[in-house]
Design a protein around this ligand. Structure first.
Ligand SMILES: [Zn+2]
Length: 126
């Protein structure tokens, strides 16, 4: 099964272990609801903005910066959603989760964009 087929819309419940919610919760709590990515200290539900690699908690973002809320989720280090091995799971904030899975995300996004594309009709000139 290709990565594109694996991540097809509507297949999430088939990709993850049946106890995924409890498993993900245990990983997040074991990390004290903080991102475990090296150097990141972002806390679950904290509000603030990113200053380079540093998350700054704040109620107002500086001009040009975007205020965000951190969500901590369990990430698969082996990039295999079916994995239930706790050694292969780590609590990441959404920024580092997306960064860690960026190669797969690019493949999936390109595939979805390709499926949306169509050939332009030929319009004869008069
Ligand atoms: Zn992080």
């Amino acid at each position: 099964m290709s990565i594109v087929e694996l991540y097809a819309p509507g297949t999430a419940s088939r990709r993850y272990p049946s106890n995924w919610h409890a498993l993900a919760l245990s990983i997040r709590h074991a990390a004290h609801l903080k991102c475990a990515f090296p150097g990141c200290q972002a806390r679950h539900l904290a509000v603030g903005y990113w200053d380079g690699a540093q998350f700054i908690e704040a109620i107002v973002a500086p001009l040009g910066e975007r205020l965000v809320r951190v969500l901590i989720a369990a990430a698969h280090l082996d990039r295999t959603p079916a994995t239930a091995d706790k050694e292969q799971l780590m609590a990441f904030c959404q920024r580092h989760h997306l960064w860690y899975d960026r190669a797969e995300n690019i493949v999936i996004k390109r595939s979805r964009l390709k499926s949306l594309s169509y050939e332009l009709p030929h319009i004869p000139r008069s």
